[in-house]
Ligand binder design. Structure first.
Ligand code: ZN
Ligand code: MN
Length: 494
C-alpha cells in the first residue's frame, strides 16, 4: 500500500434511561407500537418547553470518567438546525462548543485512541421506507431518546482496529449499565470517516489532518449504515481498497456519504457532501446552562465499577489464566461474575490454583455449547447448569475421578436435567478407572486381535499407540484414565 489510511469514528449510542432526554415520555424502545410514547415536546410542537433528564447527564459523566476524559463542569445545549422529515422542529438539541466530555481515550491493542469529545443530544424519529411504496413511515417513539455521541481523532489506521474499538466501547457501556449498545438493534450506530493520503503530504495536529507545504489532500468519505461489528471492519476495508484503486488510476476521490450494503458487501454513494454543512448552531434558549459540581462528579466517580481492562489484569493474577482466556471471560460482565462464582466454589471445595485454567477452558470450550458466550446471561439465567454445578464437575476432573469424556457427559446431563455432578457420575457409571490391574487381561486380548498393527508398532510405527488406546477405550466405555491406559498398553507391547 503506498497510501496512509486515516480513519475517524463517530458513534451514536442510545442511553438506557427510563424516560426521554427532554420530556417524560417512556424510553422503552422499538418494541412498543409506533407513535405511542409521544407528547407535544418530542413531537416538536411549537411553544413547548424541554427539560433535561438528569440521569442522562449522570450517565454521560460516568462514561466520560470511565474513558479518562475531562468533564466540562460548565456545559450547555445548542440547536443544530437542519430540515428532515424525522425532525419536525427543524433543529436537533445537541451540544456544540461545550460538550460534556473532552479529551477522553480508549486503548486498543496497546494503542491509545484519542476521543475528541462525548456529547449528549436527542435522537430523531425513525423513518422506514416500505418496499415499492410511494410513502415513508415515521415512528416518533425514538424521537427525543437520549443519545451520546462519541467522536474519535483521525488516528485509526485499519478496519480491524476500528472494529475492536467499537467492541471495547460496547463492553464499557454494558459494564456501566448505561446502554445495551446492540448494533443490530440500532442502539449503537457507527459511522466511519476514511481517507487515503500520500505519506509526507499531511500532519495530524490536535486531532486534525492538515496538509504539509500546501499539498492537496485527498477528500474523505463518510460511510454510514454499518449495522454490526463485522460490518465495521468489512465496510472500512472495502472503502480503503475502493479509494486506493481510484488513486492508483490517478482518479479523484469524491467527498461524499456512502452507505454500506450488507447484502452486496460494497459501499454505495448516497449523497455528495456540500462544503462544510452550515447548521447555524446557537445556544438552546429554553435550557439554562449546566453547572456540574465537584461533589456530583466525585459521587459519580465512586459509582464506576471495575472495567474490563482492570478485570482482565486481575483475572490473570488471581486465577493464573492467560490473557486470551481472561479477555474472553471479561468480555461480558455477567460471564465474568459467573466465572468468579464458580472459582469461589472451586476454592471452597479445596482445588488448587490450576483449577482457574481448567475452569476457564471448560467454560470456553464446553459450557459454551449450552450457554453461547455471546448471549451468556440470557442462556445462563434460564439454564440448569449453575456455578456450583460446574464447580463440582471441575473438582471431579481435578481429582481425576472422571476423564474429559465423562465430564462432557455429565455436563450434558446437567444441562438437560440439572442435579449434582457427583451423583450423575455414579448414576451414569462414569467414574474413571485409574487402577487398570483388573482389566489388564481384557486389554491384552484386544491387542492380540491386531497382529499386523502390533508388528508394525514394534518395528517403530509409534503412531499406532493411539489406535490401541482407542480400541481399549471403547472396550472400557471411555472410563479408563487415558494416561494410565497409555502406560499399560506400552507395557503390554514391550
Ligand atoms: Zn415526549
Ligand atoms: Mn449527532
Amino acid at each position: 500500500m503506498k497510501y496512509e489510511v486515516i480513519i475517524g469514528l463517530e458513534i451514536h449510542t442510545e442511553l438506557k434511561t427510563a424516560s426521554k432526554m427532554f420530556c417524560r415520555c417512556s424510553n422503552s424502545g422499538p418494541q412498543d407500537r409506533p407513535n405511542t410514547n409521544v407528547c407535544p415536546i418530542c413531537l416538536g410542537h411549537p411553544g413547548t418547553l424541554p427539560y433535561v433528564n438528569q440521569t442522562a447527564i449522570e450517565m454521560a459523566v460516568i462514561l466520560g470518567l470511565a474513558l479518562n476524559g475531562e468533564i466540562n463542569q460548565a456545559s450547555k445545549f445548542d440547536r443544530k438546525n437542519y430540515f428532515y422529515p424525522d425532525l419536525p422542529k427543524g433543529y436537533q438539541i445537541s451540544q456544540y462548543d461545550l460538550p460534556l466530555v473532552q479529551n477522553a481515550k480508549l486503548s486498543v491493542d496497546n494503542q491509545e485512541i484519542a476521543i475528541i469529545r462525548l456529547h449528549l443530544e436527542e435522537d430523531t424519529a425513525k423513518l422506514t421506507h416500505p418496499h415499492q411504496k410511494n410513502y415513508s413511515l415515521a415512528d416518533f417513539n425514538r424521537s427525543g431518546v437520549p443519545l451520546i455521541e462519541l467522536v474519535t481523532g483521525p488516528v485509526i489506521k485499519d478496519g480491524a482496529t476500528a472494529k475492536k474499538f467499537c467492541q471495547k466501547f460496547q463492553q464499557i457501556l454494558r459494564y456501566l449499565d448505561i446502554s445495551d449498545a446492540d448494533m443490530e438493534k440500532g442502539q449503537m450506530r457507527c459511522e466511519a470517516n476514511i481517507s487515503l493520503q500520500t505519506p509526507g503530504s499531511f500532519v495530524i495536529e490536535q486531532n486534525e489532518v492538515r496538509p504539509r507545504n500546501n499539498q492537496e489532500l485527498n477528500a474523505k468519505v463518510e460511510v454510514k449504515n454499518i449495522n454490526s461489528f463485522k460490518a465495521v471492519e468489512k465496510a472500512i476495508n472495502y472503502e480503503i481498497s475502493r479509494q486506493a484503486k481510484i488513486l492508483d488510476e490517478a482518479g479523484l476521490i469524491v467527498a461524499e456519504t456512502r452507505g454500506w450494503s450488507d447484502s452486496q458487501n460494497i459501499t454505495i454513494s448516497q449523497r455528495i457532501k456540500e462544503s462544510a454543512a452550515d447548521y447555524r448552531y446557537f445556544p438552546e434558549p429554553d435550557i439554562p446552562p449546566l453547572h456540574l459540581s465537584d461533589e456530583m462528579i466525585n459521587d459519580l466517580r465512586a459509582k464506576i465499577v471495575e472495567l474490563p481492562e482492570a478485570k482482565t489484569e486481575r483475572f490473570i493474577r488471581e486465577y493464573q489464566i492467560t490473557q486470551a482466556q481472561a479477555e474472553i471471560l471479561t468480555g461480558d460482565k455477567y460471564l465474568a461474575n459467573w466465572y468468579e462464582q464458580v472459582m469461589a466454589e472451586v476454592k471452597n471445595l479445596g482445588a488448587g490454583r490450576q483449577a482457574g485454567q481448567t475452569t476457564a477452558n471448560w467454560i470456553n470450550n464446553e459450557l459454551s455449547k449450552f450457554y453461547p458466550l455471546n448471549n451468556f446471561s440470557a442462556a445462563a439465567t434460564k439454564g440448569k447448569i449453575s456455578p456450583v454445578g460446574l464447580a463440582q464437575l471441575i473438582i471431579l476432573l481435578e481429582n481425576k475421578k472422571i476423564n474429559p469424556t465423562g465430564g462432557q457427559k455429565i455436563l450434558r446431563h446437567l444441562a438437560e436435567h440439572g442435579g449434582q455432578a457427583g451423583t450423575i457420575m455414579t448414576e451414569l457409571g462414569l467414574e474413571q478407572l485409574v487402577d487398570l490391574g483388573g482389566i489388564e487381561g481384557k486389554i491384552k486380548e484386544i491387542i492380540t486381535k491386531f497382529p499386523e498393527q502390533v508388528a508394525a508398532y514394534k518395528k517403530g510405527k509409534e503412531a499406532l499407540l493411539q489406535f490401541f488406546i482407542g480400541q481399549a477405550m471403547a472396550e472400557t466405555k471411555g472410563q479408563a484414565n487415558p494416561q494410565e491406559l497409555e502406560k499399560l498398553i506400552k507395557k503390554i507391547l514391550q
